[in-house]
Design a binder for this molecule. Structure first.
Ligand code: TUI
Length: 313
């Protein structure tokens, strides 16, 4: 499959892995890139040295291109922005902010820059500042989210910019990928499905929580604090939502979730930790390798596009 995104990134399939905090480390990134997609190392809140070492390990595992996702709220964002240049990373995606101040440095280094946006306004601003593509991420995604759904956001962003658009939020199988193509995407970012991949290092309890999730099992906490985050429902989200309704302070709410993602991913505390996952968690029923996931996504996408095309006479 050939789109402006596969051409620009030098990848075989228009599938990009989400830059998920704690989850997107070198094993997952290398496996996705080896399978023909674009793997990403998620820098999240990690120190720059950790990111450097993950980049080096991924390079040892694959010659294929991979990227780094920089979470712009991180206290280490500035240092990580330099590390990707020093280590010769080919692609950078960013989340939770605007990467404008790093663009001259990254463009000079020949890095392809792809910010995640949650609005048309930011997409247009990013295009004007010279980025290579944008990821339009709807609120079906797991983790930190914007307001709009993918169905509403993606076509509006695709109409507003000339650069290629990557769809994110809500695609868990080939139907989702095909739908995003119909809405104007030239590649699709997949997160939750890769969390349960064989190569994903997350704790077995985290994987089980996703594999047993139903359609209504994700909730959004933190709307009142301006940091909405989608996770799977558990003891902590129930407590959080109750406190939020009672008008608890920012500090009180923060204390409840601090370190929660590490607790869930590394320790497997799926009851009290923060189990970030998208709304399509209920669609995911099996653990597969990254290659099986990508091959299946592509086969389903092509199958459904052909089948539905036959409706048109
Ligand atoms: O960044 C994400 N998803 C994330 S980051 C993350 S790490 C975290 N850990 C604990 C608590 C909170 C976060 C987990 N999930 N997705 C990309 C994304 N970016 N979604 C929405 C946005 C976004 C929102 C507003 C991007 C830019 C923006 O406005 C920036 C501006 O300056 O206008």
């Amino acid at each position: 499959m050939k789109t402006r995104v596969t051409e620009c990134l030098g990848i075989e399939y228009p599938i990009i892995q989400g830059g998920m905090a704690w989850v997107a480390e070198h094993n997952l990134a290398a496996a996705v890139s080896k399978a023909g997609g674009l793997g990403l190392i998620g820098a999240a809140n990690a120190p720059a040295d950790w990111v450097r070492s993950e980049i080096r390990k991924a390079k040892e595992m694959t010659e294929k291109p991979f990227g780094v996702n920089i979470m712009l709220l991180s206290p280490y964002a500035e240092e990580v922005a330099k590390v990707v240049v020093e280590e010769g990373v080919k692609v950078v995606t960013t989340g939770a902010g605007s990467p404008e101040k790093f663009l001259p440095m990254w463009k000079e280094a020949g890095i392809k820059v792809i910010p995640v946006v949650a609005s048309v306004a930011l997409a247009k601003r990013m295009e004007r500042s010279g980025v290579d593509a944008v990821v339009a991420e709807g609120c079906e995604s797991g983790g930190h989210i914007g307001e709009l759904t993918t169905m509403a956001l993606l076509p509006q962003v695709a109409d507003a910019v000339e650069i290629p658009v990557i769809g994110a939020g809500g695609a868990g199988d080939g139907r989702g990928v095909a739908a995003m193509f119909m809405l104007g995407a030239e590649a699709v970012q997949i997160g939750t499905r890769f969390v349960v991949a064989n190569e994903s290092i997350v704790h077995e309890n985290y994987k089980k929580k996703i594999l047993s999730a139903k359609d209504i099992d994700s909730v959004v906490t933190g709307r009142s604090t301006g940091h909405p985050v989608r996770t799977l429902r558990n003891k902590t989200t129930r407590e959080y939502l109750r406190l939020e309704k009672e008008g608890a302070s920012f500090e009180e709410l923060e204390n409840l979730t601090i370190g929660g993602l590490r607790k869930a991913v590394m320790e497997g505390d799926a009851d009290r930790g923060s189990v970030m996952a998208g709304q399509i968690a209920g669609l995911i029923k099996k653990e597969q390798s990254c290659k099986e996931i990508i091959d299946e996504l592509m086969a389903e996408t092509i199958g459904i596009v052909k089948e539905r095309s036959s409706w048109v006479k």
